[in-house]
Design a protein around this ligand. Structure first.
Ligand code: FMN
Length: 182
């Protein structure tokens, strides 16, 4: 089983990255091969709404999203993590999500091979925006057919690496990683 992680935070060593990597560690402990992509370090443009993908089944843009399309196709599991910025996902995460439109076919829906599983990760400061993450989880499940095993994250996490002191979140992340495989 292959599991990919996608980190939507620009902060290296940040809480989103730690939680995504902990989910991946749980998956690896259960026997998965894992890999992680940091969106902020990739060159990914926004969807241009040109509809090329709707006619030809692939995005016409030539940027690092090609790596993520390939990774998603070969992965059985995906872990997507984003901090909450201004009450929503980060721009890096949204660029990635919009580009997944390339997997949608008119009249068919999502053409991603079925059977993929997912975990959604988030991190935030003083707010309480779990609903944003729940909406993402239900989009992944309802529109993309990904079986979402759970959401892990929390607030009070402004300090770089603060989540290392939140044992309950780390344990839940590891557990969800194992469940992704099992
Ligand atoms: C531009 C910006 C906007 C933010 N907006 C919010 C917000 O709306 N609500 C909130 O609770 N935290 C907000 N935060 C705090 C981050 O969500 C928080 O620090 C998060 O844990 C960062 O994740 P990271 O450690 O993975 O980088 C914001 C931070 C930045 C830099």
């Amino acid at each position: 089983m292959k599991v990919m992680g996608v980190v939507g935070s620009p902060r290296r060593g940040g809480n989103t990255e730690i939680l995504v990597e902990t989910v991946l560690a749980g998956a690896a402990a259960a026997g998965a091969d894992t890999e992680v992509y940091r969106l902020n370090e990739l060159n990914i443009r926004g969807c241009q709404a040109c509809d090329h993908c709707q006619e030809h089944g692939r995005c016409r843009q030539t940027d690092d999203m090609a790596l993520l399309y390939e990774a998603l196709l070969r992965s059985d599991g995906i872990v997507i993590g984003s901090p909450i910025y201004m009450g929503y996902l980060t721009a890096q995460t949204k660029l990635f999500l919009d580009r997944l439109f390339a997997f949608f076919k008119p009249g068919v829906g999502c053409a991603l091979p079925p059977g993929k599983r997912g975990v959604v990760v988030y991190s935030q400061g003083g707010g309480n925006d779990k609903a944003v993450i729940e909406a993402l989880a239900s989009f992944l499940a309802g529109a993309m057919g990904i079986e979402v095993k759970g959401i892990v994250g929390g607030n009070g996490l402004n300090e770089l690496g603060a989540v290392r002191r939140r044992k309950e979140l780390l344990e839940e992340a590891f557990r969800l990683g194992k469940e992704l495989v099992g």
